[in-house]
Design a protein around this ligand. Structure first.
Ligand code: FES
Ligand code: FES
Length: 150
């Protein structure tokens, strides 16, 4: 089945019921998207599908056929990190980093839609993304710093 991933058309051979997360990691080698809970509860596996951020662990391939998927790898521009990625680095916001891929995808989508999002709005948007390292304050600060550039 065919879909577009990070701007590139791909033809996947995985079964149509295969979770998008599994195909991304195992068939395409896009391991930036993480497997956390596998139940749609932690946010580690989130990707952007035609503007909607959703859990790839709970998304069978047939649901994204002929659609456009952006993973954390696809956010960079001309080889440079996305402003949210750069801000995460600048603020040393990640600790172990396991949660960060999904958070960056979510935050990038938020700033695309709401460039002036305030701290409360950023925190609300990231509420479904678990960070067991407790780096939430630094992550929110980093996302706020990326406003105007994202
Ligand atoms: S691994 Fe998909 S939401 Fe946790
Ligand atoms: S930085 Fe470790 S889970 Fe968030």
């Amino acid at each position: 089945m065919n879909l577009t991933i990070n701007g590139r058309e791909v033809a996947l051979t995985s079964d149509r019921e295969t979770p998008l997360l599994t195909a991304l990691r195992d068939e395409l080698g896009l391991v930036g998207t993480r497997f956390g809970c596998g139940q749609g509860l932690c946010g580690a596996c989130h990707v952007n599908v035609d503007g909607t951020v959703l859990p790839s662990c709970q998304t069978p391939l047939w649901q994204v056929e002929d659609r456009s998927v952006t993973t954390v790898e696809g956010l960079s521009r001309d080889g440079a990190p996305h402003p949210v990625q750069q801000a995460i680095l600048d603020h040393q916001a990640a600790q172990c980093g396991f949660c960060i891929s999904g958070i960056v995808v979510r935050a990038a989508a938020l700033l695309e839609e709401e460039p002036d999002a305030d701290a409360d709005r950023v925190a609300e948007a990231l509420d479904g993304h678990l960070c067991r390292c407790g780096a939430q304050r630094r992550i929110v600060a980093a996302v706020l710093a990326a406003r105007g550039e994202a």
